[in-house]
Design a protein around this ligand. Structure first.
Ligand code: CMP
Length: 143
């Protein structure tokens, strides 16, 4: 299985609950390498651009409200089979449906405020990483 990258976002609820360090610790303990991270407060247009595919969904404006409600932390992660491995680590979108021992099961309040985002395909991961970390924004390999 090839080394792959995925994009995580520690969402505003994660930062507000002071779980940034704990969630990153669990991610690293699961074998992911943190390649880049950048805490930032998204503008509405940046959040809308990231979630563009959901624009017509009924939850879109609430999602943008939430994602702009405080700082979040986009993170580039690397591991074998990173996209699927990360989705397994975080659990289902709705914490009520997430497996025991997953990050969302342990910390998320509901489907909207669910602590962390993870790319859902290798192709989306590439686009999402480029959205937050353009040319030169990922430091050279330090392993
Ligand atoms: P995320 O993985 O960041 O990508 C899309 C987000 O939309 C998802 O996490 C959820 O937080 C949010 N979402 C999906 N479905 C719903 C829903 N029915 N109600 C509220 N938010 C939702």
């Amino acid at each position: 299985m090839a080394i792959e990258r995925t994009l995580a976002i520690l969402k505003p609820d994660c930062v507000r609950k002071r779980l940034t360090g704990e969630v990153l610790r669990r991610i690293e303990a699961a074998g992911f390498k943190v390649c880049a991270l950048h805490m930032q407060k998204l503008s509405r247009s940046r959040a809308e651009g990231f979630y563009e595919v959901h624009r017509e969904r009924p939850f879109f404006s609430g999602l943008v409200d939430f994602m702009t409600s405080g700082p979040c932390v986009p993170v580039v992660l690397e591991k074998e089979n990173a996209v699927n491995a990360f989705r397994t680590l975080i659990g289902a979108t709705d914490p009520a449906e997430a497996d025991e021992g997953t990050i969302r099961k342990d910390y998320a309040d509901n489907k909207g405020e669910n602590i962390v985002h993870g790319s859902d395909s290798a192709e989306n991961a590439k686009n999402e990483i480029a959205y937050f970390f353009g040319e030169g924004r990922i430091p050279a390999d330090h392993s």
